[in-house]
Design a protein around this ligand. Structure first.
Ligand code: UD1
Ligand code: CA
Length: 456
């Protein structure tokens, strides 16, 4: 049985932000959400988040995660002081406590499982995660004897020049036998460079304490400033893209592509350069996305191509071609085998299969049947200044270039709209509608004008 505690009360001064550090986003999730996701596979019996700086904001941000407990640390007097706040909440608890820093977002669940296993196997009072870093600056240094038994942890600011040479650092991830920790917590002192109660001091007051090295030291990168935040994003992106490539996705020029964690891709998807996939986007097999696309919270079904386009909260069915320069948003749905061409915007519009909107159109709040052809420059005038209105277009209907469809409007099946028409009333099946001033031709008019001018 394990209880998890996450330290998230600090302000994160070095971020120079009004937003608490742990709420800074990193690839679709805040730092603290990432830590919570990492502990999920351990099925902890309780998850306690220690909040303090802008506690309400942090709580609100995590509102949707069920069964989280929040413990308030009203003054931020150090990591040891933060854990002291758990004492009244864990009275009588006889299991282990896994402590994580809210600003260490790249941890892998397997690393935690390994830590817990070592802890149990050796019946340790505490087991801590350590790493060797090429540049250990800013981290606490861990000193062990030959058997990996921790003797001392010294914060960077408290290190002597000789101690600073030690590259083995404290990752800020600990597993404690709670009863042992609870006994020493009240005795922590703040006589150090920062005048804080250090949790690291508790580590060496229980015994035995063992250090476990993390395999990939990138996992324990702590985020203290925005440079580290950007560094973590790069690591995360490299991880996500490597996993997708291993799973059968081709990414051309990965360095110019970003993919959020929740995105789902299928084998034989090709992602071209300068493409960004965000939120809960799903892309099915055979699709070719990019170059130059931004796709957010959208589903792209099999064998679709999308070039230089933006798609948000929308669905594209299989075999359709989108772009270049299309914009789909607001629950747009494109049927199978459609073609959406350049400078076309679809907003809350549902297109039937094999429908083409090939050039320069805005369709808002519209539905079409199948095999519809929307001529270049067709616009749905869906807004009267107060309300949005719907346009319905039947099967096989064709609109001529530069048609304006003034909603609310229904065009039946097999309707032809003449080019340049402004259609304001419904049109039934099988009709041609011409709604434009009749063309007038005046033969000889030009020369007559010219002659008249010359006589004057
Ligand atoms: C801490 C460790 C250091 C380790 C490093 C790893 C201590 C004393 N030092 O240092 O050995 O190498 O993490 O990243 O623990 N927090 C609170 N309440 C407080 C103070 C901090 O909840 O009163 C939270 C912060 O929000 C943060 C975490 O604890 O999530 C770590 O605090 P931070 O100030 O970043 O500690 P470090 O100096 O990085
Ligand atoms: Ca830190």
């Amino acid at each position: 049985m394990v209880v998890v505690a996450i330290l998230a009360a600090g302000r994160g001064t070095r971020m120079k932000s009004s937003l608490p550090k742990v709420l800074h986003p990193l690839g679709g999730f805040s730092l603290v959400e990432r830590v919570l996701r990492c502990v999920e596979p351990l099925s902890p019996s309780r998850r306690m988040v220690i909040v303090g700086y802008q506690a309400e904001l942090v709580k609100t941000a995590l509102l949707e995660i069920p069964d989280l407990e929040f413990v308030e640390q009203t003054q931020q007097l150090g990591t040891g002081h933060a854990i002291q706040q758990l004492l009244p909440h864990l009275q009588g608890y006889d299991g282990d406590l896994l402590i994580l820093n809210g600003d260490v977002p790249l941890l892998r669940p397997d690393t935690l499982k390994n830590l817990l296993q070592t802890h149990k196997q050796n019946q340790n009072a505490a087991t801590i995660l350590t790493a060797y870093l090429p540049d250990p600056k800013g981290y606490g240094r861990v000193f062990c004897n030959g058997e990996n038994v921790v003797q001392q942890i010294v914060e960077d600011k408290d290190c002597t020049p000789a101690q600073k040479q030690n590259r083995r650092i404290n990752a800020g991830i600990y597993c404690f036998r709670w009863q042992d920790l609870a006994r020493v917590l009240p005795e922590l002192q703040a006589n150090n460079a920062q005048g804080e109660y250090y949790l690291t001091d508790a580590v060496t007051q229980v015994s035995p304490v063992m250090a476990v090295d993390v395999e990939d030291s990138q996992e324990i990168l702590g985020i203290n400033d925005r440079i580290q935040l950007a560094g973590a994003y790069e690591i995360l992106q490299r991880r996500i893209k490597s996993e997708w490539m291993a799973a059968g996705v081709t990414i051309i020029e990965p360095s110019s592509v970003t993919i959020d964690e929740n995105v789902q891709l299928e084998p034989d998807v090709t992602i071209e350069p300068q493409t960004h996939l965000r939120g809960n986007t799903v892309i099915k097999t055979g699709c070719r996305i990019g170059p130059g696309c931004l796709i957010e919270n959208s589903e792209i079904q099999e064998n679709v191509t999308v070039k230089y386009s933006v798609i948000t909260d929308s669905l594209v069915a299989s075999g359709s071609r989108i772009g270049p320069y299309a914009h789909l948003r607001g629950q747009a749905q494109v049927g199978m085998g459609c073609r959406i061409g350049n400078f076309v915007e679809l907003k809350n519009t549902q297109l039937g299969d094999k429908t083409n909107v090939a050039h320069l159109s805005y369709l808002g709040d519209a539905t079409t049947g199948t095999k519809v052809n929307i001529g270049a420059g067709t616009i749905t005038a869906n807004y009267d200044g107060f309300n949005k209105h719907k346009t319905k277009i039947g099967d096989r209907t064709s609109t001529g270039s530069n048609s304006v469809l003034v909603a609310p409007l229904t065009l039946g099946n097999d309707v032809y709209v003449a080019a340049g028409s402004t259609v304001t009333t419904d049109v039934s099946d099988d009709c041609l509608v011409i709604a434009r001033p009749q063309q007038v031709i005046k033969p000889g008019w030009v020369s007559k004008q010219r002659d008249a001018k010359q006589q004057n």
